[in-house]
Design a protein around this ligand. Structure first.
Ligand SMILES: [Cu+2]
Length: 495
């Protein structure tokens, strides 16, 4: 496989290679294994900068092999993929779905019957987890249902009405999720609605991922700092490209869907030169657009924005990542704004209407059950450093039982030094309230989510229903924490 198969569409690789040779003199430090604080670390080596400034690559669509309306049939394969990031003499081995990093875009409609044949060509067991989708437990690609190397299995599910939104898929074998994801296994999945009030807007899909290379230009293994804080590399990529260019006209409105597919970065995103409305969360549209200055996306989280081109003077035109402290101990916190994508002015366009109402969301009522979920760190014990309710994950232990169809209310507590983004499988929740310095504040708007960041020392109260019976995981979505035990499972009995 040559580099032309990497980032299949839109890559101008000859230009990239030229850019790389120019950038070679410049280099970034690789975090040291002994980094007590990255700023003071002795670099273990250095890698050349990646090329930047190419046009935002489009995601490669996964072809539907069915001609029938309401049916999606496709094949997905996970396999090693050598990629020439700099030149043909040196290749970086990624692990990729269908030879594409990020994986192909799976585009579905509400009501679709889905049948995806997945083949594992990796040297270790894997699974495909359909993050956020309400699929049956045995189709959810959790740690109990892995696919051995060389084997193929089908994932089959039907999408209910009302589930339109921005989802994604990634591996979930216990103990290897972080490694498989950071080697390149993650892809976006869109569920579209036939009643979409924003369909008149041009759409851009932005999958944010993290790339950490070693001094040889290979994907670096996790070091002690990564295992503690969660992995952060030298590069935040968007659709596989570093600091790509996005074109926007003055006055134009674009719908941007963003995925945080990094292992551990909590990314505070802003477009200071433009007008930005939040229009959707993990589970699709919210009830009405909300004008925002920034949005903080934790690992696993998605958002839909409407970006209106303003190009305000004196402000950076690009998509910025702003400092956010998540309580890291071994990596330095980000201290300055960083540009994740350039936004380039491209003419003037009339500004289309942004509807005042987007959709109805009914608030979940009185809960039939309440639980308290405590996330904690236990760094003194390397066998169980990350815990839920005092215990590290055990595949053979059921941590609780519930009833399908009953409203659950969970208070999730980060009794911890770090933030921990909390994820529940198989359903989505409504956040009711969050604590700020110990004082509860009601959530100002209704939204469907499946990841919520629980800041260090804080609490989040949420409600959800599991419609289907069976075993469901819940865990921290810093993948290194999940792999090291910050995960638990609850069995929902038929209602
Ligand atoms: Cu965590």
């Amino acid at each position: 496989m040559d580099r032309r198969h990497f980032l299949k569409s839109g890559s101008q690789l000859a230009l990239l290679a030229a850019g790389l040779r120019q950038a070679r003199a410049d280099s970034l430090p690789v975090h040291s294994e002994h980094a007590g604080h990255a700023a003071a670390a002795t670099p273990a080596g250095s890698v050349p900068l990646l090329p930047r400034g190419e046009r935002l690559p489009a995601l490669t669509p996964l072809a539907n092999q069915s001609a029938l309306d309401g049916q999606f049939v496709a094949q997905l394969e996970a396999a090693p993929l050598p990629v020439a990031l700099w030149d043909d003499a040196r290749r970086t081995t990624f692990w990729a779905y269908n030879a594409s990093v990020p994986g192909p875009l799976i585009e579905l409609w509400e009501g679709d019957e889905v049948d995806i044949a997945f083949s594992n060509r990796l040297p270790q067991p894997t699974s495909v987890h359909w993050h956020g989708l309400p699929v049956p437990p045995d189709q959810d690609g959790g740690p109990h249902n892995t696919v051995a190397p060389g084997e193929t299995r089908h994932y089959r599910f039907t999408l209910p009405e009302g589930c339109a939104g921005s989802y994604w898929y990634h591996p979930h074998p216990h103990g290897h999720t972080a490694e498989q994801a950071f080697r390149g296994l993650a892809g976006a999945l869109l569920v579209r609605s036939r009643n979409d009030p924003l369909r008149h807007l041009p759409e851009k899909l932005l999958v944010l991922s993290d790339l950490k290379l070693d001094a040889d230009g290979q994907i670096a293994a996790n070091d002690m700092a990564d295992l503690h804080d969660g992995r952060e590399g030298q590069f935040v990529l968007i659709n596989g490209a570093w600091q790509p260019q996005i074109t926007l006209a003055r006055g134009e409105r674009q719908r941007w869907r963003l995925w945080n597919a990094t292992s551990a970065r909590i990314i505070k995103l802003a477009l200071p030169a433009h007008e930005v409305h939040l229009v959707g969360t993990d589970g699709g549209l919210i009830t009405a657009p909300r004008l925002i200055d920034s949005i903080t996306l934790s690992p696993g989280e998605r958002a839909e924005l409407v970006v209106t081109g303003r190009f305000a003077a004196g402000q950076p035109a690009g998509l910025q990542s702003q400092p956010y402290e998540r309580g890291k101990r071994m990596h330095a916190e980000q201290e300055q704004d960083e540009t994740l994508a350039e936004v380039v002015e491209h003419g003037v366009r009339p500004t289309p209407v942004l509807p005042a109402q987007l959709r109805d969301i009914a608030a979940l009522g009185t809960p039939g059950w309440r639980r308290r979920i405590v996330l904690s760190e236990n760094m003194g014990d390397p066998r169980a450093p990350f815990l839920i309710n005092g215990r590290g994950y055990d595949m053979n232990r059921i941590d609780g039982t519930g009833v399908a169809g009953r409203i659950e209310e969970w208070e999730v507590v980060a009794d911890a030094h770090m933030d921990h983004p909390f994820h529940v499988h198989g359903t989505q929740f409504q956040v009711l309230a969050r604590s700020v310095d110990g004082i509860w504040e009601d959530e100002p708007f209704l939204a469907w989510r499946d990841v919520v960041n629980v800041p260090a020392g804080q609490m989040v109260r949420l409600r959800f229903v599991q419609a289907l019976p069976g075993l469901r995981m819940y865990h921290c979505h810093i993948l290194e924490h999940e792999d090291q035990g910050m995960m638990a499972q609850i069995d929902f009995l038929p209602g």
